[in-house]
Ligand binder design. Structure first.
Ligand SMILES: [Zn+2]
Length: 212
């Protein structure tokens, strides 16, 4: 079941690797279709992943289809799908610059227009939560805003999208704005963009930008 979606999900994982957001087995992407979630198998290196390896689970975490164990982060993904009605795809990575902000325990301020465009708010930081249960999901839900992007304290990032493409875009742009903010902070203490300018840019990007 979901053969086409498994192919798209596989492509998404290859995209994360191409952009250098994941390494070896780290990171995972999932997609929700009605009451099912399709997710990466646990501990399979990117170089040997195949579309048929992806696992279909229900919202309670029971495996519906697949020969492999689902990702260790499945409980986190499912918790977020059960609690965020617009969530259709979720990506977790340890992408370097974003994770640097997470390990120094600082939210990413809105310093550049691209950050305002795509996310429209500072990227919040969760409390610390251990891997492998719903704890990360609960921590994310406490701080997540309209951007759908969150830093996991001492760990990495989680982005929630209203589609697979939306989640991929957010994962890539999050790392870009994290990198810009990192280098800006090396040079000085930069001033964040004014709140009303952030609002204006976000609105413009989400209503007028692109080919829709
Ligand atoms: Zn992780």
């Amino acid at each position: 079941m979901y053969e086409e979606i498994k192919k798209e999900l596989h492509e998404a994982h290859m995209t994360l690797e191409k952009y250098g957001l994941v390494a070896y087995t780290s990171g995972n992407v999932s997609v929700r279709v009605n009451e099912h979630v399709i997710i990466k198998p646990s501990g399979v290196p990117y170089s040997s992943l195949k579309p048929e390896d992806y696992v279909v689970v229900n919202l309670e975490g029971e495996v519906v289809e697949g020969n492999k164990k689902p990702s260790i982060d499945t409980a986190t993904h499912l918790y977020l799908y059960r609690n965020i009605d617009w969530a259709r795809s979720i990506i977790h990575t340890h992408s370097t610059f974003s994770t640097v902000w997470a390990v120094v325990e600082k939210p990413i301020p809105v310093l550049c227009t691209a950050h305002a465009d795509v996310f429209g708010e500072e990227i919040p930081l969760t409390e610390y939560a251990p891997v492998g249960s719903e704890a990360i999901g609960k921590a994310v839900l406490k701080v997540i805003g309209r951007s759908g992007a969150v830093l996991l304290r001492k760990h990495g990032v989680m982005v929630v999208g209203n589609s697979l493409d939306d989640a991929i875009k957010k994962a890539i742009f999050l790392e870009e704005v994290a990198r810009i903010a990192y280098f800006a902070h090396l040079m000085t203490t930069p001033t964040p963009l004014a709140r009303d300018e952030v609002e204006k840019l976000y609105l413009q990007y989400h209503t007028k930008y692109g080919q829709r």
